[in-house]
Write a protein that binds this ligand. Structure first.
Ligand SMILES: C[S@@+](CC[C@H](N)C(=O)[O-])C[C@H]1O[C@@H](n2cnc3c(N)ncnc32)[C@H](O)[C@@H]1O
Ligand code: SF4
Length: 371
């Protein structure tokens, strides 16, 4: 099973982000911690035999958490849960709070062995536009500091699809980024989420985002470039050097059970899903109350289709037959032929997967295969 801890605090809100996070304040952090410790104890009793394979502390911005509090969280996890001998332990941070070598060495001492840095861009004008609180220099510096702290599994998050971004400038940025000693890159196309400042700006025509053709060239150009530099694409937005696939995220795409703790976190175990409150005060008052959703066979199969088609390996046709009693090819051959003629899907070694062009329009392809 996978373990995710949501840390719902940031220094300030980026214009595009709809993840649950609020401005950090010590009172709220204390409420959050009390809730989290209670939730950990609750699950300890419910899952006495589970051994976790990975920990992912994400957010929000976990790197703004004081070390003494982080120490308490990690102690609570190791005291109450069981883990495999080797676990992948990821920790997310922003460049402006990953500036201190002592902090990074302490993180390593806590067992963190994978660090994920939200660099987003190496251009100050874009960072300013996105509402980030760090500079391009800070981003590069934080990677170098993680190298100095001897982290050997470093991810950086990047955003593409920015106003007036050209393929030449994007490839120029990627060229600089590939000079860094990093093992993993998550490259997200900027999406306009409801209830964000960006959404309002787009609606009021205050910002002009690249058109579809430009987006396609940015995505495919970027992915081809990263592959030429030894980063293997294994999911729509994820690229890694050989041996550095993120086990935690891959587990999620492979439908492993996961336990999510903290406000807004989601857990899925067998055919049950729980959603925690998206409000820190409400969460801390009753961290064990959560919305329960029963997943039926159809939900499970549709998630299998959706999640596996996000990966470059794709959907295992034998597994589909086992789950549904149906032959995927026979059921969808007309659609598959049409998509194949348009270079959107491929079938290889018993797997159906999307091509890069297919990934670009994955939302409109995947739904066609749902049962
Ligand atoms: C929720 S953040 C948490 C990590 C950290 N606070 C950071 O900003 O890097 C995880 C990643 O999601 C990305 N993200 C959030 N909303 C997005 C959006 N609308 N479009 C593209 N990327 C987005 C962030 O930029 C970040 O790289
Ligand atoms: S992108 Fe990261 S730093 Fe920005 S608001 Fe979202 S979680 Fe916070």
């Amino acid at each position: 099973m996978l373990l995710y801890i949501h840390f719902p605090f940031c220094k300030s809100k980026c214009i595009y982000c709809s993840f649950y996070s609020v401005k950090i304040n010590d009172e709220l952090v204390k409420l959050y911690l009390n809730g989290l410790f209670e939730e950990i104890k609750y699950w300890k009793d419910k899952l006495p035999d589970v051994k976790f394979k990975s920990i992912y502390i994400g957010g929000g911005t976990p790197s703004i958490l004081k070390l003494e509090y982080l120490d308490q969280i990690i102690n609570a996890l190791f005291k109450n849960f069981k883990f495999e001998n080797y676990i992948e332990f990821s920790f997310e941070g922003n460049p402006d709070s990953l500036k201190d070598l002592v902090y990074l060495k302490e993180l390593k001492g806590f067992g963190v062995n994978r660090i994920s840095i939200g660099i987003q861009s190496i251009r100050d004008n874009y960072l300013k536009f996105l509402g980030r609180t760090h500079s391009a220099k800070d981003g590069i510096f934080s990677v170098k500091l993680c190298n100095l702290a001897k982290f050997e599994n470093i991810n950086i998050d990047l955003i593409w699809g920015l106003p007036e971004q050209t393929v030449a400038s994007w490839l120029h940025d990627l060229r600089q980024i590939c000079k860094l000693d990093i093992q993993h890159i998550s490259c997200y196309g900027l999406t306009v989420e409801k209830d964000t400042k960006l959404h309002t700006m787009v609606k009021k025509n205050m910002v002009k985002l690249p058109n579809e053709n430009r987006l396609a060239s940015l995505y495919i150009g970027g992915a081809d470039f990263l592959e030429s530099r030894g980063f293997i694409q294994y999911e729509i937005s994820n690229f890694s050097k050989l041996g550095y696939v993120c086990m935690h995220n891959m587990g999620y795409w492979e439908q492993m059970d996961y336990l999510g703790l903290g406000p807004s976190a989601v857990s899925t175990i067998g055919n049950k899903r729980w959603e925690n409150s998206k409000n820190i005060v409400e969460y801390s008052q009753n961290p064990c109350r959560r919305k329960e959703i029963k997943l039926d066979k159809k939900d499970h199969i549709n998630e299998f289709i959706m999640l596996s088609l996000r990966t470059t390996r794709g959907l295992n046709l034998k597994e589909y037959a086992k789950k549904t009693g149906e032959n995927f090819w026979k059921k969808h051959h007309k659609m598959i032929n049409l998509l194949h003629r348009n270079n959107l899907v491929k079938i290889r070694k018993g797997y159906l997967s999307l091509t890069k062009n297919g990934f670009l329009v994955s939302n409109s392809i995947i739904g066609n295969f749902f049962i």
